[in-house]
Design a protein around this ligand. Sequence first.
Ligand code: ZN
Ligand code: FE
Ligand code: FE
Ligand code: ZN
Length: 267
Amino acid sequence: MLPDYHMHTWRCGHAIGEMEEYVRAARFLGLEEIGFTDHFSMYWLPEAQRDRTLAMAEDEMVTYIREVKSLREKTPDLVIRLGIEADYIAGKEKDLRDLLLPFEFDYIIGSVHYLNGWAFDDPAQLDEYPKRDIDEIYREYFHLLQDAARSGLFDIMAHPDLVKKFGYRCKTDPRPWYEETARTFSQGGVCVEVNTAGLRWPANEIYPSLDFLKACCKYNVPATMGSDAHSPEQVGYGRNKACALLVEAGYREVATFQNRKCTLVPL
Ligand code: ZN
Ligand code: FE
Ligand code: FE
Ligand code: ZN
């Protein structure tokens, strides 16, 4: 049974539902393990410029963590991990490291959502795509993702080809980027996330694509699964497809985390 390691709640400002509802949904599906990964604060911006519909406020961490711990006690039949999804912003690595240090996360998911300030995965900022060369967008994205993997900040790289979200596909063969990025994941000691949210967007495909996941498998990069649920009914979304993709790519195990230590369990 695949754990669902990527779930958001009302706290991030653009998802809905209480943690308790996500837990109930997971138990209803018979999941054995889940992890909460709400969006960490927009730490790289001055406080007044942080968009409360995109990420948690910094002072919400205390109640976020307290609630996970209390749900753990109330739900002994379900393993509940404490995770976080944090944005990779080039040049702000030290800030992020210091901010994450006080918390006892089971794992930290690293995401590239911004290309030099442009939130390329935000439906409200779509008009930027036609203004740029799509291959340049892809190149910039994969380079940032590789820097993120090398930064030592993260355990898992989220939705690793998020750049395809709105169906804008690069003109050139992306496989050299997949190859290079998979190798970098391996060198950086990070896992690749099989994220089913892509099935809910015009990309209409799991992140990452089969070719990318095959490259990760070839370089022995462990994999996790996440629905990227933004509402309780999305918990476990697409997990059968995720499992099939993992098997097709060559995986026989999936990664789980406790205290930032990785254990592989059979698929
Ligand atoms: Zn989100
Ligand atoms: Fe994300
Ligand atoms: Fe997410
Ligand atoms: Zn996400």
